[in-house]
Design a protein around this ligand. Structure first.
Ligand code: ADP
Ligand code: TRP
Length: 328
């Protein structure tokens, strides 16, 4: 549940720079996050580069991924006039608060974290950083007294840990933190990949958001279909091409396309239409991305100004925290 409308909305969201973004990230995360711009009293968007270090252990790769994701955000419509954009590592208070929270964090709470177990099962090294990932995430959120955190279903447990830690701290040291409400994007259906499973960089089934347009074309033309004949009636509900294409359309457009499939639209034609929709939709964003990429000083200025604004809020919270725990 979102907080009561009487409360000024303070929205916060983070995204890890851990690989090229795909259209599942766009429709499932970036677009819904950016939709709060202008509606919230304040919105904070940050690049979780410290979190990404739990999986990206190559300095050049991290540097590239950090730069890419800032350009992605700007291309997708981030507005520096109404929101704050920064790198987590630019505000050292994140790690300071993480330490303080970790002294209150029961081991059992982290041992129950599903995402840790899943990552280790996938072969990611079981470091102390990976284990304490949720504590850093709690610090990310509590530092800004955010009351609304839009996340995908996979992050629900991390939000519960954040709430537990905020309540525990407030009980132990007096009212310090806003207890945040998660906004789970149940409404944003999972975007399928070209093979029909959830689109994910770990499954190699993505349609990239930006990058080489030829790769996107190849991915779209390679979408898996069943063996129905060219002009046979197709079921839009089981057709992966339609399930992806509908993300680009309004209700009337979806209905019209579904009817075309029912009337025997050949899969090859459907793929061409999807490719056109993809180019029309992301083309202007691609152009915007290139324009920002050509102005590195402007991009740096946006994140530096963002970090300075974020730091002011973070410092205010940390003053309260240090005082409460006895460090001031
Ligand atoms: P990936 O699965 O490719 O590793 P991440 O876990 O880094 O993606 O996801 C970053 C954000 O994008 C998360 O908020 C997640 O909920 C969202 N997201 C990722 N894949 C999808 C998808 N297929 N459909 C909808 N949202 C997605
Ligand atoms: N763990 C989140 C993810 O993998 C990223 C993240 C880090 C985050 N800190 C956050 C999201 C704070 C919301 C709020 O998607």
């Amino acid at each position: 549940m979102p907080p009561s409308p009487a409360l000024p909305l303070r929205v916060l969201s983070g995204i890890q720079p851990s690989g090229q973004l795909h259209i599942g990230n766009y429709f499932g995360s970036i677009r819904p996050n950016l939709s709060y711009q202008g509606k919230a009293e304040q919105s904070f968007f940050f690049v979780a580069d410290l979190h990404a270090m739990t999986t990206v252990q190559d300095g050049n790769a991290l540097r590239r991924a950090r730069e890419d994701i800032i350009l992605d955000y700007l291309a997708c419509g981030f507005d520096p006039a109404t929101s704050v954009l920064y790198f987590q590592s630019q505000v050292p208070e994140h790690t300071e608060l993480m330490w303080i929270l970790s002294t209150l964090t029961p081991m059992g709470l982290l041992e129950r974290a599903v995402s840790y177990k899943e990552k280790v099962e996938k072969g990611i090294a079981a470091s102390a950083g990976l284990f304490t990932y949720p504590v850093l995430m709690a610090a990310d959120i509590l530092l800004y007294q955010a009351n609304l955190v839009p996340v995908g279903r996979d992050q629900k447990q991390h939000l519960e840990i954040t709430r537990d830690l905020a309540i525990k701290f407030n009980n132990a040291f007096g009212d310090t933190f806003t207890v945040p409400e998660p906004l789970i994007r149940e409404d944003v259906a999972v975007v399928p990949g070209v093979d029909g499973q959830k689109m994910s960089k770990s499954y190699g089934n993505t349609i990239p958001l930006f990058g080489d347009e030829k790769a996107a074309k190849k991915a779209i033309m390679g979408i898996v279909t069943d063996s129905k004949g060219m002009n046979d009636a197709k079921d839009p509900e089981t057709c992966i091409i339609y399930q992806i294409h509908k993300l680009f359309l309004d209700a009337a457009g979806q209905k019209a396309l579904a009817d075309e499939y029912r009337n025997g639209l050949p899969y090859g034609e459907g793929k061409k239409k999807l490719l056109q929709a993809y180019s029309d939709f992301f083309g202007p964003m691609r152009a915007k991305r290139e324009a920002f990429a050509a102005k590195p000083d402007l991009v740096r200025q946006i994140t530096e100004e963002g970090a300075a604004k974020a730091k002011r809020v973070a410092e205010e919270t940390m003053r309260k925290v240090r005082k409460a725990v006895g460090l001031l």
